[in-house]
Design a protein around this ligand. Structure first.
Ligand code: PLP
Length: 364
């Protein structure tokens, strides 16, 4: 089986797994402590959590704090709901190609939501119109379906000029690109950067005040009550440290894979910009392709028909529709995602299998 779905989730780095194990101890060890307990078991676990926090902080710009959450979805909810004063009817603006975590949460805020369009390449115009009295702008760093890299720093500066907060969903960019330096809040997820599932983080710029979503024991500086998992924190911390250390190597490896696979698929049309893009994402289409049949023909390759959340719903992807693709074009698109552990041999095999399966369909 070849794994080509790195945008849905990344394999756990062996180093991250190793770092988690001591904190999953049974009764014979000391690593099972509650990090919020004052005794030695607890203090030891708390030290592991704080070390992890420092490592995760290196993914972000200076001048802010890291709040651990259960996922990026929770981090985004904390950012959007926690910064929304009850009854405030000022609008928020979000891009048309945001993940559902942003789009659906913004729509739940009981305030007007302005949708910022993207062009045919899947990019938000940095000079796009923002609504009067806009309170918050949310634009992602890298799109999860088509990999396009948005001009988030320019958009964040525009938001600042208008007195609005800027939230960046950096789930697909963290550990791969420099952080969005001008954002006020940044959401990330460990399992997209070779860490464990079940943990994310919200970075909050100093001076930005939020209300908690979860109340209770007052953990995470009162912003996210609930006992943290030291094992998940430790795994996230090591995954973040590795991503920072391997940033250049990972990017060079992905460039090689991209160049190879792209050159082997000349009959396929690329969805979204080729240049302003994370090259570990290849979203392509082929006229008249029956994607369901392709997937059942290629059971030894794990890839996606759009985003993992949207696939299976039967609806064309909102991202591909926002680019101006017809429903038919969107439904004949697939997403290949690759990264640190993908080999050149694997990507060549994937391209050959895709071509052969698509040609069999053409011959019908
Ligand atoms: N934002 C983007 C761009 C994503 O790709 C995802 C996951 O697919 C999320 C948010 C949600 O992340 P999590 O799985 O940590 O809730």
């Amino acid at each position: 089986m070849i794994y080509c779905d790195y945008q849905a989730t990344t394999p756990l780095a062996p180093e991250a797994r190793e770092a988690m194990l001591p904190w999953l101890d049974g009764p014979d060890g000391t690593g099972f402590g509650n990090p919020h307990s004052p005794h030695r078991f607890g203090r030891q676990a708390a030290a592991a959590v704080e070390l992890a926090r420092d490592r995760v902080a290196a993914l972000f710009p200076p001048g802010g704090r890291v709040i651990f959450t259960g996922s990026a979805t929770e981090a985004i909810n904390l950012a959007l709901r926690g910064s929304h004063p009850p009854g405030d009817a000022r609008p928020v603006a979000v891009s048309a190609i945001e993940h559902a975590a942003v789009l659906d949460t913004a729509r739940a805020l009981r305030c007007p939501v302005e949708i910022l369009p993207v062009d045919r390449a899947g990019l938000v115009d940095p000079a796009c119109g923002l609504p009067d009295a806009v309170r918050l702008v949310a634009v992602m760093q890298v799109n999860n379906e088509i990999g396009t890299i948005q001009p988030v720093d320019a958009l964040a500066r525009r938001a600042k000029e208008l007195g609005a907060l800027f939230l960046c969903d950096a789930v697909q960019g963290a550990g791969k690109l420099a952080p969005p330096a001008e954002a006020d809040m940044i959401a990330v997820s460990a399992h997209k950067l070779y860490g464990p599932k079940g943990i994310g983080a919200l970075w909050i710029r100093d001076g930005v005040v939020l209300e908690p979503l979860l109340t209770g024991g007052g953990q995470e500086q009162g912003l996210r009550s609930g006992t943290l998992s030291p094992a998940l924190c430790a795994g996230f911390g090591v995954a973040a440290r590795l991503s920072t250390e391997l940033l250049e190597n990972d990017a060079q490896h992905v460039e090689k894979l991209w160049a190879r696979v792209h050159s082997l698929l000349p009959e396929w049309e690329l969805n979204g910009s080729a240049d302003s893009r994370w090259h570990g994402n290849l979203n392509i289409r082929r006229e008249g392709l029956d994607v369901a049949r392709l997937m059942s023909d290629l059971r030894t390759i794990a890839f996606s028909a759009g985003s993992a959340c949207a696939s299976g719903s039967g609806r064309p992807s909102h991202v591909l529709s926002a680019l101006g693709l017809s429903a038919r074009q969107a439904k004949s698109s697939i997403r290949l995602g690759f990264g640190r552990y993908t080999t050149l041999d694997e990507i060549e095999m994937v391209a050959e299998s895709l071509n052969a399966a698509a040609e069999r369909q053409d011959m019908r």
